[in-house]
Design a protein around this ligand. Structure first.
Ligand code: HAM
Length: 412
């Protein structure tokens, strides 16, 4: 039994890492809520065709990375590799497309991709994502970007925003044709040959240097943009300029999933090695229709929580001391302390030690547990029906009677 280990590319999160995870999710959720987004919880398992049709046959995700299997009922199912497809499925299933409902959702949790694990790249990883439905305004594209900008500011993380416009379905159709034409006699890697058949724009973000060289003088997507995409893209840049959000235009940013149109963006960081994208997203106005719903606009992003954690772990993290460490110096006072702790737990976090030890040993444990307050009952205290309370930051200490504890403010 002891030989059983976690599956490759899947890891436990505990102690400081778990606290950091919670911190990232809390910051993301509170920023998204400030922009009018509310929580949606989606299943981890979906019918495989959902991802084949949305993420796309040409993507690496569908082509090579899906955790797909046949369940006991003979259904072809798949652990979700991302959250957009499930959100669209839920939007259609709840008939929100027919109701022309405007919805702003955020979600977080595990995603699964069978990739080669390395730093910042896992097989089970976590995303925080948002999706907005039925909002055509380019101001929402700006807000989606601004949410990420605010999150990174709150977490004190430096990133670079890369921005592109992919235009409409027609733009992409014409552009893809010209790209295939251009690459006819070029020497490309096997992946690019597959992409050329399935979705030629994906050749543009091939990591292979020789492919990049071959495609150096490829036609530019910007010269194929329709008027609306062009003016929306200019407007988006103006909004970002007005709000002081810096960006770089990147014509080769086409994203690894097939459903995008118009706005496409990525936030990258040079602090996570080769895995440079910490978040990505864009507009997907055709996806609801494509999955069988009534045509509805869509825009959103997803952020890789582990990649953010790698960056934060590189910095010194100070986790604020919080709560109370409660203890006794003699077993016979434990029942009293247990009842006191139970009452305090209605409002505060209390870590209660069941061991009776010397004061100094308890104080050491209180510091290890990162508690803000130390609370103890020894012989003298018990005689006077009082507890000793020490503020572990200021060092101040006092005796407080059992009856007055409900008035004591442990928030500092
Ligand atoms: P994505 O670019 O595939 O987009 O993933 C978003 C982020 O998830 C990436 O930027 C990266 O930080 C993180 N990520 C991806 N794969 C891994 C991995 N194997 N290990 C660790 N982190 C990873 C999407 O998933 C779209 N659904 C985003 C979206 C939402 N577009 C519109 N709405």
């Amino acid at each position: 039994m002891s030989n059983i280990k976690a599956i490759k590319g899947m890891k436990d999160l505990l102690d400081n890492e778990a606290m950091l995870y919670e911190k990232v999710i809390n910051v993301c959720s509170s920023v998204a809520q400030n922009y009018g987004y509310s929580f949606i919880n989606l299943p981890h398992l979906e019918n495989t065709p959902l991802f084949r049709r949305s993420v796309g046959e040409s993507s690496d995700i569908v082509g090579k990375e899906m955790y797909e299997f046949v369940d006991k009922g003979g259904n072809d199912v798949c652990l979700r590799p991302e959250g957009t497809a499930g959100s669209v499925r839920a939007f259609i299933e709840k008939k929100l497309d027919k109701a022309k409902a405007k919805k702003r959702w955020f979600y977080h949790g595990s995603m699964f991709r069978y990739e080669r694990p390395q730093k910042g790249r896992l097989r089970e990883f976590h995303q925080f994502g948002i999706e907005c439905f039925n909002e055509p305004s380019v101001y929402e594209d700006a807000s989606v970007i601004m949410i990420l900008h605010d999150i990174f500011k709150k977490l004190d993380i430096k990133t670079t925003l890369k921005l592109n416009s992919l235009g409409t379905a027609q733009t992409l159709l014409e552009y893809k044709k010209s790209l295939v034409d251009f690459s006819k006699d070029k020497c490309l890697c096997e992946d690019c040959l597959r992409r050329k058949e399935l979705n030629p724009i994906r050749m543009l973000d091939c990591k292979n240097e020789s492919c990049q060289k071959e495609l150096e003088n490829a036609p530019k997507l910007s010269s194929f943009l329709d008027d609306e995409s062009k003016s929306d893209f200019i407007k988006l840049q103006k909004i970002l300029d007005d709000c002081g959000v810096a960006y770089e235009l990147d014509e080769r940013l086409v994203r690894g999933l097939d459903y995008y149109c118009k706005t496409a963006f990525e936030f990258v960081s040079d602090e996570i090695g080769a895995q440079s994208a910490v978040a990505g997203g864009g507009r997907y106005d055709r996806l609801v229709d494509y999955l069988g719903g009534e045509s509805s606009y869509g825009v959103g992003f997803a952020l890789g929580v582990e990649r953010i954690m790698v960056i934060l772990e590189n910095k010194e993290q100070t986790i604020e001391p919080s709560g109370i460490y409660a203890c006794v110096l003699n077993d016979s006072y434990l029942n009293t302390m247990y009842i006191i702790s139970h009452k305090l737990r209605q409002n505060y976090k209390v870590t209660l030690s069941y061991d009776s030890k010397k004061l100094a040993k308890h104080l050491k444990d209180a510091n290890t547990s990162n508690a803000r307050y130390f609370m103890a009952i020894g012989e003298e205290e018990f005689k006077e029906q009082k507890v000793l309370i020490k503020d572990l930051i200021s060092g101040n200490q006092e005796l407080v009677s059992f009856d007055d504890l409900n008035k004591y403010d442990f928030r500092g």
